[in-house]
Design a protein around this ligand. Structure first.
Ligand SMILES: Cc1cc2nc3c(=O)[nH]c(=O)nc-3n(C[C@H](O)[C@H](O)[C@H](O)COP(=O)(O)OP(=O)(O)OC[C@H]3O[C@@H](n4cnc5c(N)ncnc54)[C@H](O)[C@@H]3O)c2cc1C
Length: 374
């Protein structure tokens, strides 16, 4: 058995890599274990780009978190020397009473964020790649942009490693058990002891805490890249990130062309899957479904499909995250189920997790992410 650690992290994707970095910054003796070799494309943190935005339509409580996340991404970018973030501005579009528009407006107003409300006509004039219908409006926010997820995970891991964290890849954790006040973790290679355990296994989380019967579902999602027919319109200085509620309760989003085509994807409406047996092949009817939306709202992106890749959301019923201690084992912290919108927060969630593990508290209000165990 290996010697004892302050904390063991299981899962080194977006959340686990950030937590490893922040625990190592606090000079904790930490070991991180992953069944694959992150950054990899078998979980939830791949596909080259992720949206970051501040006027958070899901709930205004996310705004202080995202503001700290921006600061931490900037720090990580300068530490790593790699480009992790590109600002493009962002448009949240839909009918005025849609969740996307009304929610973004509420967050912007409550937190006095810089924003503008644009008519469909003004969106078409300013951003000719985008073709909203007349009934839609947009909330424009200038700070939104793009994170490069694989580079972000890599940067967090490199920072953790530089500060002494032990990181083991291709070492699946088979099970864990309470060990007095601490924990014991068993992998295919070894056995480890620590004072605390952090479970950040994304779509695989339920198998680690099956006794909690967390009401989570894993959803198959596809990211598509189409060749633009009019590339100039999709350059990042002319095309911001954009999120649409194109019909009530139906969402898609897109990015400018960063050289690999125009990336678009639906948000939800995917099949419920088991992460062990998910179908990673994209079917022609799935491409056609996405293309129909592209044709309507981004007509200049309706060129040949360049590529498509499958990814996984881990959803809670209310769409908020799970960040909480195990109710029966307080030395076990769970951070997962980011319901398809967690990446942008991973820098600050990593810091929050380190605070909870080391100081036992954080300044952030985590109420939205608690109390799902009863
Ligand atoms: C298509 C798509 C688009 C998205 N777009 C956005 C966006 O634009 N903006 C945004 O903010 N968020 C977005 N998200 C959500 C965001 O990417 C996720 O919330 C986030 O990446 C989840 O991170 P995670 O650390 O929970 O999971 P992961 O990064 O998947 O990490 C889990 C890790 O646990 C490891 N693991 C699992 N089982 C074991 C085991 N037995 N032993 C050891 N390790 C194990 C896995 O190998 C994996 O590395 C998107 C998600 C998808 C799928």
């Amino acid at each position: 058995m290996s010697s004892a650690f302050d904390a063991i992290i299981v899962g080194l994707g977006a959340m686990g890599s950030a937590a490893a970095c922040h625990l190592a910054k606090r000079a904790k003796k930490v070991i991180g274990l992953d069944r694959f070799a992150p950054p990899h494309s078998l979980g939830s943190s791949h596909g080259k780009t992720r949206i970051i935005r501040e006027a958070y339509f899901e709930h205004p409580l996310y705004v202080p978190l995202i503001q700290r996340a921006y600061e931490l991404w900037a720090e990580l970018e300068s530490e790593s020397g790699d480009k992790l973030f590109r600002q493009t501005g962002g448009l949240m579009m839909g009918r005025p009473d849609s969740a996307v528009v009304a929610g973004a407006r509420r967050s912007a107003e409550e937190h006095r964020l810089k924003h503008e409300i644009l008519s469909a006509h003004n969106v078409r004039l300013r951003f000719p790649a985008l073709n909203p219908i007349d009934e839609m409006i947009a909330v424009w926010e200038p700070r939104a942009g793009i994170l490069f997820p694989e580079r972000c995970v890599e940067a967090h891991l490199a920072s953790a490693r530089r500060r002494g964290a032990e990181l083991h890849f291709e070492e699946p954790v088979l099970r864990w058990q309470r060990d007095g006040e601490g924990v014991r973790v068993f992998t295919n290679r070894d056995e480890y002891r620590a004072g605390q355990l952090l479970l950040t296994t994304g779509s695989w989380i339920t198998s680690f805490v099956s006794e909690l019967r967390l009401p989570l579902t894993v959803e198959r999602q596809i990211q598509f890249w189409f060749e633009p027919k009019n590339p100039a319109r999709f350059q990042p200085d002319r095309c911001p990130i954009h999120i649409w509620e194109h019909e009530p309760g139906k969402y898609f989003y897109g990015f400018p062309d960063l050289g690999e085509g125009v990336k678009v994807a639906g948000h939800h409406e995917g099949k419920t899957v088991d992460p062990e047996s998910i179908d990673r092949v994209v079917a022609p009817d799935e491409v056609e479904g996405m293309r129909a939306i592209v044709r309507r709202f981004l007509p200049d992106a309706d060129g040949p499909l360049r590529s498509a890749i499958v990814c996984m959301y881990t959803n809670t019923p209310d769409g908020h995250f799970v960040i909480d201690r195990h109710p029966a084992h307080p030395q076990v912290l769970i951070a997962s189920a980011c319901s398809g919108h967690g990446f942008k927060f991973s820098s600050v969630i990593g810091e929050v997790l380190a605070e909870l593990l080391v100081e036992g508290e954080t300044q952030f209000d985590l109420d939205l992410f608690r109390a799902r165990f009863d």
